[in-house]
Design a protein around this ligand. Structure first.
Ligand code: GDP
Length: 344
């Protein structure tokens, strides 16, 4: 569909050698596939362009490893020309020299087409490596890549390195970091979350993209992995419960989300969106609180249970927060539409 507003979405390209784990990452993050089931995935051998419908509206292009995408018949402008990030997956359990050559080649060429691309290296499958070896591998890959790029005069390239595995939350963490770089409104979102936390006695708050369980923003207190895990599991739990007990017969749709949770978190009108909410008391006197923001986003917070006495205040503050989020993204949409009108 040629929708000019939609085409303004940031694009995420996933590349890497064959068997590096590209399809597995995509299935686990965007289709809620169980990590163990990826053992039976066919390796990517065609370009898969996936339009993943989420709040972030990004495209994922999964490129097969062995393909020579710099073949003159390929339109490199169309592939690299847009605002977005290129994720290069390296299998850390394998000898990675060939992958590094390919990475350097890809970065140098793509940078020439689009110097604004973010390059993100996923040092992947690190679940089998010891902590020491992980750090050493990351240091080695970082060093070799920056040296190689410096030789080509490309010191300014924006490069990020992430240790990832589909067997834990690290792959989601890495995606969160990549996506946060692509959201121009991030400082505003963080600010709004800070204000919400400070005024409502919330200890930690994450704004999640429901479909992928990637958090797109959090308040500025440090992220500790346990709080993050429990908050992201909350989305899973609600999903499972609603799948089992919802009145509707729930079937997973393409995005891996059941119809039932969609109807809970994606109400038909914006006025009822705030209805989606859930609360779990933890044994350590903390409360996990989930609130639907709109059809793509949910806020998950950790609140000391004493502070929950001010339930009304929290709910009121949340309403203000929700309105502010809607305003922030509406402004962006309006400015894109205005720009398009001017272009016509
Ligand atoms: P592709 O060719 O790049 O799309 O690679 P695949 O996604 O087909 O993955 C190749 C193999 O790597 C599969 O057997 C996956 O189960 C395995 N794999 C993917 N990610 C991980 C990971 O994080 N850890 C481990 N141990 N294996 C992984």
């Amino acid at each position: 569909i040629d929708d000019p507003v939609q085409d303004n979405r940031p694009r995420i390209l996933i590349m890497g050698l064959r068997r590096s784990g590209k399809s597995s990452i995509q299935k686990v993050v965007f289709h809620s596939m169980n990590a163990n089931d990826t053992l039976f995935l066919e390796s990517t051998n065609i370009i898969i362009k996936e339009d993943f419908q989420s709040f972030i509206d990004f495209h994922v292009w999964d490129f097969p490893g062995q393909l020579d995408f710099f073949d003159p018949t390929f339109d490199t402008n169309a592939i690299f020309g847009e605002y977005g990030a290129l994720i290069f997956v390296i299998d850390a359990q394998d000898d990675y020299m060939e992958a590094l050559t390919r990475l350097h080649d890809t970065v140098t060429r793509a940078y020439r087409v689009n110097p604004n691309l973010f390059f993100e290296v996923f040092i992947h499958k690190v679940d089998a490596l010891s902590d020491e070896y992980k750090i050493e591998t990351q240091r080695d890959i970082h060093q070799r890549t920056t040296d190689e790029l410096a030789d080509f005069g490309l010191e300014k390239v924006s490069l990020g390195f992430h240790l990832t595995s589909i067997y834990d939350r690290s792959i989601f963490e890495a995606f969160s970091k990549v996506i946060q770089k692509l959201i121009p409104q991030l400082p505003t979102l963080e600010n709004l979350l800070n204000i919400l936390c400070a005024n409502s006695g919330i200890e930690k708050a994450f704004l999640f993209d429901i479909n992928s369980k990637i958090y797109i923003a959090t308040d500025s207190s440090p992220v500790d992995i346990q709080s993050y895990e429990i908050c992201s599991e909350m989305i899973d739990v609600i999903f499972d419960i609603s799948e089992i007990y919802s009145k509707r017969t729930s079937t997973r749709n393409d995005s891996g989300m059941s119809q039932s949770i969609k109807s809970a978190i994606q109400p038909t009108t914006d006025e009822t969106a705030s209805d989606a909410s859930s609360l779990v008391r933890l044994h350590n006197d903390m409360v996990l609180y989930l609130k639907g923001v709109n059809r793509f986003l949910a806020l998950v917070c950790l609140i000391p249970s004493d502070n929950l006495e001010k339930h009304g205040l929290i709910d009121y503050n949340f309403q203000c927060f929700k309105q502010a989020i809607t305003d922030v993204f509406d402004l962006k949409r309006l400015s894109i539409e205005r720009r398009l009108e001017e272009d016509i």
